[in-house]
Design a protein around this ligand. Structure first.
Ligand code: CMC
Length: 426
């Protein structure tokens, strides 16, 4: 028996089974149970994958206890404060931060691909008025596989990078078009003179005859939000992307699946839900009532923007955004009424035994919702903003999976609790 292994005893038979322990560069060790079924004839059961490492990865590291997050070894606060979103996207794709020249070239590659095929407008047209932009976005991203069907094999690094650039470059345009179509507004084409973030805000907000200049702090705030969302290890949407990629489906289809998975309010849809919930609470006088509802076991109500599967101390992204929000309060018109309610909820939750006992702290979405509202971004676009930030991470994870020669199709098993074979009635 190797010392670097874990032994499991089947108490019914006394039989022992040995499984090797794998060692990460940092973080908890991992018991390799890939032979568990072959050895024991049993499956393992892990509801919600709370104890499962589903892949080997070199991209993002999270220490939930210490509130630490790193992309490719760089701490998130360094990237958020010292680098731009495009630096971070480049880092995720190429494993190294870009030089000035590399960053310029990367930005140029994205600009070149920021326009979308004109016939894609028929797709936007087909959606009813007031469709949620996330519905349009996931369909439009999946449709890219039809528009670029010439290079579906992704056999060469050049083809892979072309796909990566296309997705990152076109998502802002698709996102802005999705919103404008959903509101019956004329679309605004990309402006190649503008930076990545400026261009998105321009396409979203501008009227053809009336364009309000952006304040530098607005651009900086959105850039930081994108950076903080750029990757997050094996969360639900990234896992969805990896599962679809493992079937050899086209990357555009895999990324579109990520968009759908992210939309849920337990995940990236939480930022929109935070604002909707604050609006529903409506007054500081109602806060106590809703805190009581959140604590009531028989009430499904949850405080949006609180809690995280991995962070059990604080969410480092939330800490950065809290500072940013405080900075913005002075400079922009943050809705003080909602802010007041949010501050009251935060204060109570941070000192309430229910939340303390369960390690429920404000997460990134608690603060990003208020910041995006201050940037006058419509709340239906909040999850879309999350997608724009997360796209480079999904693509990096897609590339990593494809580069692993022992990659297997994702195919979990189950604990079957349905009926035994039934005799059909005659
Ligand atoms: N409000 C009230 N109670 C909560 C909340 C909440 N927001 N979140 C968790 N709990 C309670 C839950 O009822 C349970 O209590 P008990 O132990 O008595 O049964 C305990 O805390 C553990 O909750 P869980 O559902 O087992 O935790 P999870 O790790 O499966 O879920 C979560 C994590 C983020 C889905 C959950 O905390 C939640 O629904 N939060 C609100 C939605 C939200 O803000 N999501 C954004 C997450 S950050 C963005 C991202 O990375 O996706």
């Amino acid at each position: 028996m190797s010392k670097d292994s874990i032994t499991i005893t089947d108490n019914r038979t006394g039989k022992q089974f040995d499984f090797p322990i794998l060692h990460p560069t940092i973080g908890p060790s991992v018991a390799d149970i890939s032979s568990f079924y072959k050895d024991t004839g049993m499956f393992t059961y892990d509801r919600g994958f709370t104890s499962t490492a589903s892949c080997r990865s070199r991209i993002t590291y999270i220490d939930g206890g210490a509130g630490k997050l790193m992309y490719r070894g760089y701490d998130i606060s360094y990237l958020a404060k010292e680098k731009t979103f495009l630096d971070t996207a480049y880092l995720l794709l190429h494993k190294e931060l870009p030089t000035k020249e590399q960053l310029k070239a990367f930005s140029f590659e994205l600009k070149k691909r920021s326009f979308i095929n004109e016939s894609m407008k028929k797709l936007f047209d087909a959606f009813p008025d007031n469709s949620h932009p996330m519905a349009i976005l996931s369909s439009a991203i999946a449709s890219l596989s039809a528009f670029y069907s010439d290079s579906l094999d992704m056999d060469t690094p050049e083809e892979v990078m072309e796909m990566a650039h296309r997705i990152i470059a076109k998502i802002p345009t698709i996102a802005a078009f999705s919103y404008r179509y959903s509101k019956g507004l004329p679309v605004i084409y990309p402006d190649l003179e503008k930076s990545f973030v400026e261009n998105f805000l321009y396409m979203l907000r501008a009227y053809p005859h009336n364009y309000a200049e952006l304040k530098p702090i607005e651009v900086e705030a959105l850039d930081t939000i994108f950076t903080l969302h750029a990757d997050h290890e094996q969360n639900a949407s990234t896992t969805a992307v990896r599962v679809v990629a493992s079937t050899q489906a086209h990357p555009y289809a895999a990324i579109s699946t990520g968009v759908s998975a992210l939309w849920g309010r337990a995940h990236g849809g939480a930022n929109e839900s935070v604002i909707r919930q604050l609006e529903m609470i409506g007054s500081i006088d109602n806060v106590d009532k809703y805190i009581a509802k959140a604590k009531d076991k028989n009430d499904p109500f949850r405080l949006m923007g609180f809690g995280h599967r991995v962070y059990k101390n604080f969410d480092p992204r939330a800490t950065i955004l809290k500072d940013l929000r405080n900075k913005l309060v002075d400079e922009l018109d943050i809705n003080s009424h909602l802010l007041e309610i949010a501050n009251r909820i935060e204060k109570i939750a941070l000192s309430d035994e229910y939340f303390i006992k369960r390690n429920l702290y404000p997460n990134i979405d608690f603060y990003s919702g208020l910041i995006l509202k201050a940037l006058k971004i419509p709340k239906e676009m909040f999850a879309v903003i999350f997608v724009m930030g997360r796209a480079p991470g999904w693509i990096a994870q897609w590339i990593e999976l494809k580069e692993q020669p022992d990659m297997k199709i994702a195919r979990p098993r189950q604990l079957y609790l349905g009926p035994l074979e039934r005799t059909p009635s005659k």
